[in-house]
Write a protein that binds this ligand. Sequence first.
Ligand SMILES: O=C(O)CCC(=O)C(=O)O
Ligand SMILES: [Fe+2]
Length: 459
Amino acid sequence: MLETLKYYSSFEGVDKYDIVNYEAKDYVYLYSHGSAAYEEKDWDATINNMEESLTNFLHTEEECRAQCEGSFDHGWLPDFIPSIANHFTYCLKCKSRCYSKLNSINGEKYEDLLPSHYNYLQFAYYKVGNLKEACRAVASFLLFFPNDESMLDNKEYYMKSPQVETNFFTPRSEAEKYVQRLTYEKKLLKFISKEFQSIAVSTEDVSKPRISQYKIVKTGAELKGSKRFLSEGLMTKKQCGAVVDIIKTFSMIGDGYDTSSPHTEMEKFEGLSIERVIFLVYLGLLNSRHLKMLLEVTEDAREKVKKYFNLDEPLFFTYTHMVCRSPFKGTPRNRTDLSHEIHADNCNIYPDGKCEKLPPSYTWRDYSAIIYLNSDFKGGEFFFSSNMSLSSIQSSVSPTCGRMLAFSSGRENLHGVKAVQKGSRCALGLWFTFDPQYEEKNRHLAYNLLEKDQSLSIY
Ligand SMILES: O=C(O)CCC(=O)C(=O)O
Ligand SMILES: [Fe+2]
C-alpha cells in the first residue's frame, strides 16, 4: 500500500503535502509539513512542525518498542537459561528494528529521519535568530554523525559568531538519551552475534552427497549376536566435521548432568539435542542448512535401519543426541572404568543378568543406532557383551566418521563403551520407537522451522 501511495504521489498535479495518510503516525504529517515550510522559508512553521514531529517520532518508537515486550512463545520448552537468553535477544532485535520501520514518509524511505529533524531545526532556529537552539540542534545531530562534514562546517560557522558560547553546543537531552541507548544496544547485539559466530562452525557444503558410499560391513552373525549390523559411508567427512563443530561449539558440558559424564567421573560429556539445534537456528547462530543436514542424515539412518531389520510398521524417532566424550586432564592411563557402563537401551540390567523394562530406563526404545563422527582419539571402542562382565565381550567396533552401528534396544544387545584415553570421541545417537506416543516432537518443530525459515527468523 505504501508503494501504491508513493506511485500516486508522483502523479502530476498531486501535491504530496495535500495527501492525508490516515494510517500514518502523526510525525509523518508533521514532518512533511515541516519540510514544506522549510522550502517555503517559513521558519516558525518549520520549527513548530519539526519539534512536534520529533516528539511524536520518539513517542511512536517507544510504542513500537513496547510491543516487542510481553509474553513470548518459544514454540517448545527450552531450558531456563536459554529461555531467558532467547527472550531477551528476541526483544532486543525486535526493538532494534523499530527505528528502520519508522523511517518512511508515505512510502518514501529515509535513511536518517530522526537526525534530519535536527538539521532542519538548526537552520530554522538560526534563521529566527535563536542561536542557542541552533547550536544545540547542531550538537544533537553530531551525536548521531560525529564526522558529518557539512554539520561540522555549520558548527565552525556558528562558532565564529560573537554571540555564540562553546556551552551552546550541548546536545539536547532527548538526543543524548537516544544515542546512549542506541550505542548500548548496538554493543549488546554485536556481542550476541560475535560471541557465537566467532566460534566457527564449518561453512563447507554439508548437503547430501549425490553418490552414496553406503554399505553394510558386518551382519548380526559377524558381530556375534542378533539384530545388529554395522555399516559405513552414511555421512561424508564434511558432514561429520560439521556435526563435531556444532557439538564442540554449542553443547552444554554435562548435558544437564553436572559437569562430567553421567557414566564416568573421568570424562567430560558434551551433549546436544535437536531442541538446542532448533534454538540456535532460530536465533540465527547456526545456519539452517546444518539442521537440514542433520535431519537428512538421521532420516537416511532410519530408512537403513527399517530396511535392514525388515520393519513394516512405522518407526518413529524418539531421541536424537549428539555427544562427545573426552577424558579430563590428568586422568590415569591405566583407568579401569568404562566410558559407558554395560547396559541395554530399554531395560534396567541387574548383575544376575535380568533386564527389567521399568523406569528409569527408556522402556519405549525399540531400536538404537549410533553414527560415529570421528576417529582422532584413543580408546573409546564400542562393544557388545553377553552379560555384565567384561570377559563376555562378543565383538567390538572402533568408531570412525560415517560408521553406523544399529541394533535392537533390548537385553539381546547389551553393550558398553571403553574408556576414552585421549582426544574427543563424538557420535550421533539415534533411538527409535514403534510407539507414536514417544515420538520426538522436536523434529516436527525442526521441519516447521526449515519451512518457515524466513518468516520465523527473528532478524
Ligand atoms: O557411543 C556409543 O558408542 C554408545 C553409546 C550408548 O550406548 C548409549 O548412549 O546408550
Ligand atoms: Fe546404549
